[in-house]
Design a protein around this ligand. Sequence first.
Ligand code: H2U
Ligand code: ZN
Length: 347
Amino acid sequence: MLDKKVYSNPHRRYNPLSGEWVLVSPHRTKRPWQGKKDKQIIKEKKEYDPECYLCPGNERAGGNINPKYKSTFVFNNDFSALLSESTTDVHNSNELLKIEGTQGECKVICFSPNHSVTLAEMSAPEIRKVIDMWVEQAEELATKYKWVQVFENKGEIMGCSNPHPHGQIWASSFIPNEALKEIDNQGTYFNKHKNQLLLDYMEEENIKAKRKVIENDFWIVLVPFWAIWPFETLLFPKFHIKRLQDLSTDERESLASILKRLLVKYDNLFNTSFPYTMGWHAAPNDGLEYSGWQLHAHFYPPLLRSAGIKKFMVGYEMLAEVQRDITPEEAAQKLSNQTEIHYLETL
Ligand code: H2U
Ligand code: ZN
C-alpha cells in the first residue's frame, strides 16, 4: 500500500514499459512551490518568413522549392539520417566491433503554412489534418520498414532548428533500442496476463485518478507513475489499438481534441511555448502479431520550474540512474489545474 509517507521520502519507481527504474526524491522540493508564472512573452507574429526553409514557396537547402501548400506538407528530409539504398555489404565479423547495414527514410512534416503558430495554437480541425498525415505516412512506410518513428522536437531548448511548426518521421529497417524494450515488456506482460500492460495500468490509474491529466471518450493523458521528466505525459487510446493507421475517423477526431487540450495546458503552465520531444510508439511492422502492444505517445518536456529552468540529465543520471524531484502526482495536479484557453488568447 503506497501511503503519503512513502511518496514524500526518497524511493524508486519501476517503469514496466522500459524495464528501468527511476529515483524519486520528493523531499528536495519540501519548500512550497510558489507557482511563479513567467512574464508573458508577446511574440512578434510573422506568418511568413522569407528566410524560412519550411515556409510555402521558399527554397530549401539543396535547392528544392516548397509548393505553396495550404494546410500540411511532407517532404523527404534533405539531410536524411537513414538512406533507402541498402548497405547490406556491411559485415559483422568481430564480437567487439559489431556493425550492421541499415536502410530507411526520413521525412519532414510541416504542420501549417503559418510560420508563427505551434500545434498548441492551431485549431482542432487543423490538428486533425496533421493526424491524418501521420496516419497516411505511417501506413505507407509500414509496408517497407519495420519501425516508423513519428515525432516532433519542439523549441530551441530541444535543439529544434526552426520555429516553423514541423515534425519528423524516421522509418528504419531495424527496430531501435527504445522499441525493443517496450516489445519485450509488453509482450511478456501479455503472455502472463492476456491483457495489454498499458490498458491494465489505466485501470489502476482509474481507481484513484491521482495522475490523470485529461481524458475524453477515446483517449487518456496521464503523468505516468514512473515519469522521468518533470511534466512527462503518456497519451493513449482507452481501447486496444496497435497502430496509428488502426484509428477510426472518430478516434482521430477525438485525438485532435485531446491533443489541443493537452498542448494548451502545457503552454499555460509557464506562460510559454512549451518545449518538448513527443512521439508515437506503434507496434512494429515485421509481420508478428504484437497482441500486447498498445499504441501510445510519449511527451518528454524538459522544463522544471519556469520557462527558463530546465531539468538536466547529467551527473548521477548519466552515470547511475535517472532521478526526479517533483513527484508525478504533483506534476499531474499542476497540469490538470491549468485552464484550456491558451494564455495568448487571453492577453
Ligand atoms: P529539427 O528542427 O527537429 O532539427 O528538424 C528539421 C529537419 O529539417 C532536420 O532534420 C531538415 C533537417 O535535416 N531540413 C531539410 O530537410 N531541408 C532543409 O532545407 C533544412 C532542414
Ligand atoms: Zn516558415
